[in-house]
Design a binder for this molecule. Structure first.
Ligand code: F0G
Length: 352
């Protein structure tokens, strides 16, 4: 056996699989839970970052996709279909390729980060860019999947949430208990629902003594749950969570309410600031991921963090997926010089 066996093998007893389920894996999961020393000092709590960018396609989507694609294959489907702001489609394309299936993806034209598009291209997905946003694309996917005989692998497919629970299991397994609070970005609201399902499953099974308070953060321009109504034209530079009518809305509200947490919103400026701060811990996460840390800093400013509590912030996707955002926020800071001793020495001499 080659090291970490992947999620279906590692957490199979918690998942709806049987002998008939293909043992699909890209060895997803088992991602680092990184202690964030600087953030911890700043907010006077123990802050850990769950670095989901370390998954095979660079986001948490692989946890649910491995199960959703395995179950689609088990059911005899040949093609999977999804709407996506980029990460779901990259993951669907990868696992479909792995399983010998086809992937069809509907993406909002002009609003998918370059790295995610490159992944879908390279994995050989059929890429359909719709002149509309994610919510509109998802509506169409829900209509066409059945007539076309394709398996939907958006998080409206319950296997996606079943698989994504494993992130909560890992957090508890590594900490030896549930954290006091979990901070997480909210887009289509599947992931916060999946974490809650996972924390609850471990708690009900007696593996943990409590369940964490769940804090979800939408981008302000796409904060439908916070506002209490769908947003027809959601806007945020964090394109992964540019979603105005979350499919798992009720589940997310339940997770926040039942746990004593909250769904709140963070501005693009708060997301951008958190995005830079995360890099100071040595991690590169994509903008949407930074909504969790932006939420942490916002609650700290409001005096809402309990001293010394244990907090896990989920970093949902890898920063390399969206190089344009990093470079456009920082500016191109590259210094170009002639390639000789004098040029480099005189450039650095005055500045080190
Ligand atoms: N962070 C990243 C990096 C994402 O890609 C997403 C969702 C979220 C957070 C929000 O998670 O939807 O479960 O609340 N991306 C989806 C996609 C919509 O198509 O890749 P959620």
């Amino acid at each position: 056996r080659l090291g970490w066996p992947g999620l279906l093998a590692a957490y199979g007893e918690w998942l709806p699989i049987s002998e008939q389920t293909p043992q699909l894996t890209l060895h997803e999961g088992n991602t680092p839970l990184v202690y964030a020393a600087k953030l911890s000092e700043q907010v006077e709590a123990s802050v850990y970052l769950k670095f989901e960018g370390a998954n095979p396609t660079g986001s948490f989507k692989d946890r649910g996709m491995v199960l959703a694609v395995a179950k689609a294959k088990e059911a005899g489907k040949r093609t999977v279909i999804c709407a996506s702001t980029g990460n779901t489609s990259a993951s669907a394309a990868a696992y479909a390729a792995r399983a010998g299936m086809e992937a069809v993806i509907l993406i909002p034209h002009g609003y998918v980060a370059l790295g995610k598009l490159a992944q879908a291209v390279q994995y050989g997905a059929r890429i359909v860019a719709v002149r509309g946003n994610f919510d509109e694309a998802l509506e169409i996917v829900r209509e066409v999947a059945d007539p076309l005989g394709m398996a939907i692998v958006n998080s409206v497919n319950p296997y996606r949430l079943d698989g994504q629970q494993t992130a909560a299991f890992e957090v508890c397994d590594v900490l030896g208990q549930a954290p006091d609070a979990l901070y997480i970005p909210v887009g289509n609201a599947g992931n916060i629902s999946a974490y809650w399902q996972g924390f609850d499953a471990y708690f009900q099974a007696g593996k943990t003594k409590h369940r964490p308070r769940m804090y979800g953060f939408e981008a302000e321009g796409a904060a439908a749950i916070v506002r209490g109504e769908p947003i027809a034209q959601p806007e945020t530079f964090a394109t992964a969570i540019r979603i105005g009518n979350p499919a798992s809305w009720d589940k997310a509200v339940h997770a926040a309410d039942a746990s004593g947490g909250q769904i709140a919103s963070v501005t693009d400026a708060e997301i951008a600031a958190a995005y830079r701060l995360i890099a100071k811990e040595g991690l590169f996460a994509e903008p949407a991921s930074a909504a969790s840390v932006a939420g942490l800093l916002q609650r700290h400013q409001n005096g809402q963090i309990e001293r010394d509590e244990t907090i896990v912030c989920v970093l949902t996707g890898n920063g390399l997926k969206d190089p344009d955002s990093a470079i456009s926020l920082a500016g191109d800071v590259t210094e170009v010089v002639d390639c000789n001793f004098q040029a480099v020495e005189s450039l650095l001499g005055g500045r080190v």
